[in-house]
Design a protein around this ligand. Structure first.
Ligand code: CP3
Length: 360
């Protein structure tokens, strides 16, 4: 565990270059990891997937830890994100869902009325403790520093209130978020109650992960980019800020990530997150300017560039590093998750190139 930026002193940083970068402390080189680094593009993951469903993997600490560790070691990255899913907190809240092959998540009875929101449970977060047990295993595995003396960072995560609400209300993935926005605009009882309940559950879930050994918590607001700046500020900023505040008070830095967020970045920064995750549509230096220099940034290679020929891929990696210009507080990542079919060798090459680049 490490201390968030407001209370740390410059010299006493963590032994993890990933955590140090989150706190905008000096590092020997840019840390690197990938969104969805353990996923269907990786044969080792698919071998485990043949024997288990996605939810079985998430709910079996031995297997979830194995998947997490294998991906981090195969790629040689500086951080391991725990294998879990955004939707896991739905179960103890009383919302049934499943993952349908090829279609993604499906919530059986979408939450669309104030009565349904009122019925959501916030007192059973303990049922998610299998994620904490997975983290303990990963933390024990990576307890000793690696050959280069660096401590691998362990990332716990949860969804942001808006993105989770969108799955609950729409019942799955969505294009226009009509039902979500209808509740937001029309039901001044249900929407704030839903935001508040989600914050309670997510903070409890994050706390379990921090106590189990997560060094950093990433909050995924994957679909916040569907909102105008006005609506993000009016309907989501307060709840998200409260979640960030609660997690930072647990003594870990927070990474706050969304997709298609160029116009939202200044508002996202107001949540108080230590690091803002940038998608690839905005040049990294422009995005950093937008969040301000008092904040670290993570990103932001287009994940589909991993399908490009080596010279183009390498040029894009260099472009991201050049835009970061060796400033303290850059974590190399993609602008969104690795997709199925991505060549593993391309991912490994990116790690190699980032490692070869000295920032100072
Ligand atoms: O290394 C890792 O990052 C894996 C751990 C992880 C998973 N989900 C496992 C998973 C993480 C960090 C997530 C977060 C998550 N889950 C997000 C936020 C990240 C993002 O992409 O913005 C979201 C939106 C979800 C919800 C979710 N889970 C969806 C929409 C889907 C279906 C996607 C698809 O391509 O089918 C999932 C399924 C899922 N969760 C997979 C994995 C590896 C792929 C499906 C599988 O293995 O069967």
């Amino acid at each position: 565990m490490s201390v968030p930026s407001e209370s740390h002193d410059e010299g006493s940083g963590s032994g993890s270059r990933f955590v140090r970068a989150c706190l905008r402390q000096p590092v020997d080189r840019t840390p690197v990891w990938f969104l969805r680094q353990a996923g269907r593009y990786m044969p080792e993951y698919m071998a485990v997937r043949e024997r288990h469903t996605l939810l079985e993997i998430c709910r079996t600490p031995e297997v979830a830890a194995e998947v997490t560790i294998t991906a981090a070691e195969r790629l040689g990255v500086d951080a391991a994100i725990i294998f879990a899913d955004l939707l896991l907190p739905f179960t103890p809240m009383g919302v049934d869902f499943e993952f349908v092959a090829g279609e993604g998540p499906m919530v059986h009875v979408p939450v669309r009325t104030a009565d349904q929101v009122r019925a959501l449970r916030t007192d059973r977060v303990d049922e998610l403790s299998y994620v904490a047990r997975s983290i303990e295993r990963v933390a024990a595995h990576f307890a000793r520093p690696r050959a280069d003396g660096d401590q691998l960072g362990i990332i716990g995560f949860c969804g942001a209130p808006f993105t989770l609400a969108s799955y609950m209300i729409e019942g799955g993935s969505s294009r226009n978020y009509i039902e979500t926005k209808k509740m937001m605009y029309r039901d001044s009882m249900a929407w704030p109650m839903l935001m508040e309940k989600l914050v309670t559950v997510l903070a409890g879930f994050a706390r379990q992960q921090v106590e189990a050994g997560a060094d950093v918590i990433q909050i995924f607001d994957s679909w916040a980019g569907a909102l105008s700046v006005t609506d993000y500020r009016k309907y989501c900023l307060e709840a998200t800020t409260e979640l960030v505040r609660l997690v930072r008070a647990m003594g870990v830095p927070v990474i706050y990530f969304g997709v298609d967020t160029a116009s939202l970045l200044p508002a996202m920064r107001e949540t108080g997150a230590d690091v803002i995750g940038l998608d690839w549509r905005i040049p990294l230096d422009v995005g950093w300017e937008s969040v301000g220099s008092g904040c670290a940034v993570q990103g932001n290679l287009d994940p589909i560039t991993l399908f490009a020929p080596e010279d183009i891929l390498r040029a894009r990696v260099e472009e991201v590093l050049r835009a970061a210009a060796g400033r303290q507080g850059h974590i190399f990542n993609l602008g969104h998750g690795i997709v199925p079919g991505t060549p593993v060798d391309a991912v490994i090459n990116v790690v190699k190139w980032v490692k070869e680049t000295r920032v100072a």
